[in-house]
Design a binder for this molecule. Sequence first.
Ligand SMILES: Cc1ncc(COP(=O)(O)O)c(C=O)c1O
Length: 419
Amino acid sequence: MTTSSPNPAAGQRPRLLHPFARPAARTEDFLTIASASGSEVFDSSGKRYLDALASLWYCAIGHGRGEIGEAVVSQMTQLDAFHLFDRFTNAPADALADRISSYAPMDDARVFFTSGGSEAVETAIKLARLAQVAAGHPERRVVISRQPSYHGVTYAAMAATGLPPNREGFGPLPPEIVQVPHDSLEAARAAVAQYEGRVAAIIAEPVVGAGGVYPPVEGYLQGLRELCDQAGALLILDEVICAFGRMGTWFAAEHFGVVPDLVTFAKGVTSGYIPLGGVVVGPAVHDPLEADESLYLRHGNTYSGHPVACAAAMANLDIMERESLLDRAPGIAAVLGKGLGTLVDGERVTSVRGAQGVWALGLGEGVDASALREKMLDRGVIARPIGTSTVAFCPPLVVTDTEMGEIVDRTGEAISDLP
Ligand SMILES: Cc1ncc(COP(=O)(O)O)c(C=O)c1O
């Protein structure tokens, strides 16, 4: 044990080992975020930034909503926590499951809670395989995912993630999780044919998010649904980014007109105020699990259905309903998506991609996304570089037109600042 200061001097490494960061980074490489309100965040020197990625794609209602704090304190005072395993339940978890089931893109949905998105993906893959076993198809184990895609960091979620650098050094990976290109139904068909009779599920983000922001090509998700039906496979939509308003609907499945069997969610369900994730479980999955009265689901997390997280989610969803925040997504497309489009010059910026509330700029050769992010920080905008040639935007749903104009203007200036 050491008694070193919590803020080591410049040149030293902080005790905090950061996620998705260089372990070799020094104290001065990190920007301390000290406070936030709406779409604005402030660092410890008081400098203001516009939060153009809703923190990490999650802060739908904007920062600094006291109402969530009040709901959390009230719940903590009444019942801090009690687990859901086996015979126990709690009112906030039951109420939230009922509410999410009422928003679900399939009839007769049940809801399983986790602490975040990776656990949700892990759960969905495990439930898909277990449901196949329970339905008499233990040979259906293969999971088909896409490239690029992002599904998280736990082993099955990492194996499903179509970003090869994210797996380097972490092997061996769980077997029988294979990837196809994200935009080719032909490739998905070929994989289903290759693993004929052995496919448990296909998993897809409706709009690829952290893999680079790629909306689905026309008819693609419906095509996956048909493919799953033909193959006896289950369709998992990973809506960790897309659910809870990002596409203007509670679930993106509804926006794109497709009925999945399992839907993962996290992020927007609490707008990130308290960690929470989960899986919406349709009848194709829960029916076979319920059919055997003696089947016991040996899966769950200590914090599944944590009452404080569920109370935060209920308060978050109250705000989303009361302020009609789902209706804001098309406005983000009209102002931010369109505005970013004006930055496309065919050289430094080669494309704009996105749908509703999530957007990205594709950068030209020699323009590095991390370098652009730095210039944007100088100009007071936080966006996220993805790989070397994409910068992603996904602001809080409460972002104003003026703020979106500022995001576009500052981004344009930052592009001009590049050498
Ligand atoms: C689509 C998708 N799935 C899963 C995850 C993993 O979620 P978490 O970081 O909460 O584990 C993410 C995180 O960004 C995501 O975007």
